[in-house]
Write a protein that binds this ligand. Structure first.
Ligand code: AMP
Length: 599
């Protein structure tokens, strides 16, 4: 396929925000793609040249782009910047300058443009800036104006097509099958590998049979299993059966460990090599599947010494822990370890322990389909009994509500967050919530016992004392998984400390946009819209029905809203926007509190 054809589809996609239309346009595009280019197309429409979990960025900000555009079209950098300011988008500036040139342009293929962009991403060392600038400017000279527009928008992350992963999965199914019925099977493969390009390519090359055969791969993060909430221990027992596992819910952060001592294939760049001539690899992924290997050298070291397996994918919760007093430190302490600088120094000051709680892959085999009980037994076999850094999460097999209450109180008194109850015969449900895992958290004040993970949709300018913070209020929403969009649920004007207001300002500054972002559905307009990327954990007293918000809005125009919302935690580093609480969960929570009130 010519890149020009893809660029025309970018134009069509840009022209609508309606999900059904997006799916139709994408499926039309996919029908034209060959099996060796579909993967690249999937990355490119998400503005990338690699799956999102690989730390491969094109690495060109506005100034470098301006230089490339200037060189490509013989304009001064100042003129390019002036045009950019006038048009409000660098892509449009490049398109307009390219239009003025009557050059003969090569018809580059999607593959050629992709490879050039990837080459730009991989330049490093001395002269990097010059290499990037000249390669991009050469590329811009060779393409038509519409292609130039979109090529420039890719490194700047200003494509704004508003396409989420579920939309691509629907379109893949539609393109090959004429309907969306294959979506769940494709999604399953996506949940196991988190790699849309890989899933699309496998689908095009090997058909749906090949997709059903997709297994976990060391180096590709697995979308984590998620927990459900239930209002009481009795309700939980109904779902879990007569006997079930209970573990402390550690209040740290989730780590997915990928280890292969023998060989490495198709593994991303940022990784820890296990000596011996570069054989073997250990990778760590966060809850939102970012590669965080470099940030936790102590965990990498612990895994290397204390996990006895040739290859494995395991999950655990990392928490700051005082081995002398066996004390779990509060989340505020643990989270200090998530930093970019002074990593080694902090690792000494605040050592982490990884409490391993699940095993997904062992010695070359995907074991997600084995019952939890068996996975846990295998986990116990491979984790050293007296390791300092990797420890097995304590587990009790319980049978009654009374036993749950006792263990819960014990966990709370040790400063933990509560309990995780797990079904003994359940497979590992990648990327899914289900009643195989039920969480019981320490309740805070108010009748709503659980918190919600909300997405920051907008901010209000600060007034009075808050002018200096830059932000005086927040508009937050939840995820509507059916429509693949974000809907508003609350405005938050109090319940944040001065410092937290400042932090919201800091993290939202780069995400502010002038118009309501794609995939945001809200009737309220904040002072500034924010790209839906940041997740905040919010506690509220109650969920109420409200005509103002769009979350779960019914035919009468009534949605859901939060009463007395307040910020509990910033989760911007461990949850993606799509991992926020869903509308369905909000409705469940609403009904649960109703059941409480009736008691
Ligand atoms: P939440 O983020 O509140 O929905 O709770 C789910 C999270 O609890 C998981 O993503 C883990 O990070 C964390 N967690 C802590 N302890 C455990 C455990 N024993 N089993 C599973 N998850 C745990």
């Amino acid at each position: 396929m010519k890149f020009r054809t893809l660029a025309e589809y970018y134009e069509k996609l840009e022209g609508t925000s309606k999900r059904l239309e997006l799916i139709d346009i994408l499926s039309e595009l996919f029908k034209k793609a060959k099996s060796d280019e579909i993967g690249k197309i999937c990355y490119l429409i998400q503005g990338r040249v690699a799956p999102f979990f690989e730390p491969i960025e094109i690495g060109m900000a506005e100034s470098m782009i301006a230089q490339s555009v200037s060189r490509a079209f013989d304009e001064s950098k100042e003129d390019v910047l002036r045009l950019y300011r006038k048009l409000g988008n660098f892509g449009l500036a490049a398109q307009s300058l390219s239009n003025k040139k009557q050059a003969t342009r090569d018809k580059l293929s999607v593959k050629e443009v992709f490879d050039e962009l990837l080459r730009i991403a991989k330049f490093s060392g001395e002269g990097t800036v010059e290499k990037k600038v000249s390669t991009l400017s050469d590329l811009l000279k060779k393409v038509d104006p519409v292609s130039a527009k979109h090529i420039v928008n890719i490194p700047l992350d200003t494509l704004r097509l508003g396409i989420g992963d579920p939309t691509i999965l629907d379109a893949l199914s539609l393109s090959k099958n004429g309907d969306k019925t294959l979506r769940p099977i494709l999604e399953d493969a996506y949940n196991k590998t988190s790699d849309l390009g890989f899933v699309a390519e496998t689908f095009f090359k090997k058909g749906i049979g090949g997709i059903k055969n997709v297994k976990l791969v060391v180096g590709k993060p697995v979308r984590p299993a998620l927990a459900e909430r239930l209002p009481s221990a009795d309700e939980a027992i109904k779902r879990l059966g007569k006997k079930f596992a209970a573990e402390p819910k550690f209040d740290g952060f989730r780590v997915q460990v990928h280890m292969d001592r023998r060989h490495l294939r198709g593994v991303p760049q940022a990784q820890h090599h296990l000596g011996g001539g570069g054989e073997g690899v250990i990778l760590l992924f966060s809850r939102n599947l970012e590669n965080t290997t470099h940030a936790f050298p102590d965990i990498v070291d612990g895994v290397k010494k204390e996990v006895k397996a040739k290859s494995a994918i395991l999950e655990g919760e990392a928490i700051a822990y005082n081995p002398v007093t066996s004390e779990f430190l509060p989340f505020q302490e643990t989270t200090k370890r998530r930093r970019k600088y002074k990593i080694e120094e902090m690792a000494k000051k605040l050592p982490l322990v990884l409490f391993a709680f699940d095993l997904l892959y062992l010695n070359g085999k995907d074991i997600t389909q084995k019952p939890y009980k068996e996975r846990r037994e295998l986990l116990e076999l491979i984790v050293s009994k007296n390791g300092d850094i990797v420890k097995i999460a304590e587990e009790k097999i319980l049978k009654s509500a009374k036993e749950i209450a006792e263990f819960f109180n014990e966990a709370i008194s040790e400063g933990l967050e509560g309990l995780m109850l797990k079904k003994l015969d359940s497979a590992y449900v990648a990327g899914g919530r289900g009643f195989h895992w039920i969480k019981f958290k320490r309740s805070q004040a108010g009748s709503l016992t659980d918190t919600l993970d909300c997405v920051l949709l907008g901010v209000y300018s600060g007034k009075g004392k808050r002018t200096e913070f830059g932000v005086g209020g927040l508009l937050v929403g939840v995820y509507d998984e059916k429509k693949d969009e974000f809907v508003s649920i609350s405005r938050i004007g109090t319940g944040l400390t001065d410092e937290e207001f400042r932090k919201v300002n800091e993290i939202s500054k780069h995400l502010r946009v002038q118009h309501k972002p794609a995939r945001v559905n809200s009737n309220i307009t904040p002072s500034h819209w924010v790209e839906p990327k940041v997740v905040l954990e919010i506690q509220a007293d109650e969920i109420t029905r409200s005509p103002i918000h769009t979350a779960g809005r019914d035919k009468e125009g009534l949605g859901y809203a939060l009463r007395f919302p307040r910020l509990v935690k910033f989760r911007e580093e461990d949850k993606r926007a799509e991992d926020a609480t869903t509308v369905n969960e909000v409705i469940k929570l609403y009904n649960q509190q109703f059941a409480h009130h009736k008691k």
